[in-house]
Write a protein that binds this ligand. Sequence first.
Ligand code: ASP
Ligand code: MG
Length: 411
Amino acid sequence: MSLIVQKYGGTSVGNVERIKNVARRVARTFSQGNRVVVVLSAMSGETNRLVAFTQECSEFPISREYDAVISTGEQVTIGLLALVLKEMGYQAKSFLGHQVPIITDSSFGSARIEDIKPGNLMAELDRGVIAVVAGFQGVDADGSITTLGRGGSDTTAVALAAALKADVCEIYTDVEGVYTTDPNICSDARKLERVSYDEMLEMASLGAKVLQTRSVEFARKYGVPVMVRSSFNDATGTLVCKEDKEMEKVVVSGVTYNKDEAKISVLRVPDRPGIAALLFRPLTEAGINVDMIVQNISHDSQTDLTFTVTKTEFKHAMKLVKETAGKIEAEDVIGDPNIAKVSIVGAGMRSHAGVASRMFDVMAREGINIQMISTSEIKISCVVDVKYTELAVRVLHEAFGLGKTDVAEEK
Ligand code: ASP
Ligand code: MG
């Protein structure tokens, strides 16, 4: 008898008809002799609608009351699913975050899970009950409702799977798994059978929006196998798991892109100790995340410094950087939101040389100018003009032999 955590995303529970479909899948898993914990998101679009309400009421809504509002979408879906399951003759019970309890810190809007007490759920599972848990929410030490950041139901599911020592955490979504790249850009994109936690982390944070990054960190930390699959058919999905020797043979597993960043360049900054700290401190204090940073070698004790931030934080970041630039007598600050980050990811990069130069060759052949470069052990990212995004993705996907046709030829 296995213990399985199944998470269904917003489109999978988008209306009552779909919730009934989810109930049938859950019932099937239960009837096969498994203990089942279901984690649900809110109906698709619902959390956005709730966020918009809070913005109408307050200029800076993120607070205890914000979480009280935006966590309610999940309360609706878990109640409805439990109702349907009971109607079908199963024992089912809904659980809000505090009823589990899922204990978090008090960072409203992006709280971190600190502890999950599995006792309540275990007792119900032992009685043959299907537990239906609200994703995305928890409770802090004061008893206030908290939320885990957008897309946080994934993290609820993986964290529960870790706490309950589940055999697998299945993430049901509207795609069949993790692809070598966005199938909307490359019709040749192929579903991956397996990816390592590290690869998935790079892909998640680079813009492949299948799993919340934090959920993958959790899965890696506790070794939870995560299966990403579709709730609309029975195709096998993609298993996110520990890296093994087979995975290292594949140099590049995927090509990702992210159009959600903007670039800021500070020109002719005096090149002396402490300048970077001065520039970035106000950004950190404002909670603005800086991604890629490039500093050029200096001429006449002056240098150019370029970095990226998310598009939503771009205006705010520009304002703060201009203030500092004035104080440190930099020549100018230039912002450019029309960029995209295109990346290749693969566990095999650890043991294969020459991947970067091949990537740059491919871009050069297409006349795509690379504005910034950054690398990690298993990833290479290039910032390019946003108008080249699709072209870059396509040519890289082909050059690294990732398509269905490429694999068929090898066989
Ligand atoms: N409903 C939440 C959101 O839209 C959490 C989730 O769907 O994972 O962000
Ligand atoms: Mg999601």
